[in-house]
Design a protein around this ligand. Structure first.
Ligand SMILES: NC(=O)c1ccc[n+]([C@@H]2O[C@H](COP(=O)([O-])OP(=O)(O)OC[C@H]3O[C@@H](n4cnc5c(N)ncnc54)[C@H](OP(=O)(O)O)[C@@H]3O)[C@@H](O)[C@H]2O)c1
Length: 239
């Protein structure tokens, strides 16, 4: 039987592209989103692409809610018999200056992008340890290294995630659990509102990021790529 993977934020964008790839590689895959309707749509979509039910479970699970996360991870282990790969991909962002940013938007961004990752890791690590090996891949952003006006909450959440990820990597590697951080540049998704048709002309595609994650998983056990930065080759030139 193939590996068991748990992808947060798999109802759209990068997470959905990754689910397609890992299913094609023979993984059993749980994907999460925030709504039951989104989960049901994703379940149908992935089953249709992969020739029917059997290896995919799409569920509503808000990563901010540690009880929901605990149930989702436990449900995955019960359904597929264990857990091998965790991809912390769920994320949110807004473009608003700090002086105008509502407190609840700050909370939403930090709770999703940073505390949500902690919630998932906390629930998943015992199952990875029980398996004797595993992989946690955290989807950060190049915005963590390139702060911009309007992006402070998002950039801070992702910079925090980089530090969290590295600390976790040092904590777990001797137990054969590898932790990697993937830092994409601009990706053509609806992350910051509906993508414009011209985005696809130069931005990374969600599948490009999914490919980078799939490539990581091919590394032999002795090799631990820490950070993977992924940029569009031909962004618009700065004037
Ligand atoms: N797009 C970019 O340019 C870009 C660049 C660098 C890094 N990233 C990072 O890549 C990751 C994926 O981004 P994307 O562009 O694929 O975004 P997206 O298309 O907006 O998809 C976001 C996914 O996260 C889920 N999600 C949001 N909040 C959640 C929560 N509290 N609990 C569980 N799931 C939640 C969404 O579920 P629903 O469908 O239920 O809302 C959706 O499945 C994010 O971490 C983002 O920061 C994106």
């Amino acid at each position: 039987m193939g590996a068991v993977s748990f992808i947060t934020g798999g109802t759209r964008g990068i997470g959905l592209a990754l689910a397609h790839r890992l299913l094609a590689q023979g993984h059993s895959v749980t994907v999460t989103g925030t709504t039951a309707s989104g989960a049901e749509r994703t379940q149908r979509q992935l089953e249709a692409a992969r020739g029917g039910p059997g290896r995919v479970m799409a569920i509503a699970c808000d990563v901010r809610d540690r009880a929901q996360v605990g149930r989702a991870v436990q449900g995955t282990v019960e359904r597929w018999g264990g857990l091998d790969v965790v991809v912390n991909n769920a994320g949110v962002g807004v473009g608003q200056p700090i002086s105008e940013l509502p407190h609840d938007e700050w909370d939403r961004i930090i709770d999703t992008n940073l505390t949500g990752v902690f919630n998932v890791c906390r629930a998943a690590i015992p199952h990875l340890v029980a398996r004797g090996a595993g992989w946690i891949i955290n989807v950060s952003s190049l915005a963590s290294q390139n702060p911009f006006v309007g992006g402070a909450a998002y950039c801070a959440s992702k910079a925090g995630l980089n530090a969290f990820s590295d600390a976790l990597m040092f904590e777990l590697r001797h137990q054969n659990i590898r932790v990697s951080t993937v830092l994409p540049g601009s990706v053509a998704t609806d992350f910051m509102g509906p993508a414009s048709p011209s985005d696809a002309d130069w931005k990374l595609s969600p599948d490009d990021v999914a490919q980078a994650i799939e490539d990581l998983l091919r590394h032999p056990l002795r090799s631990l790529p820490g950070h993977v930065e992924l940029r569009p080759t031909h962004p618009p030139r700065k004037k």
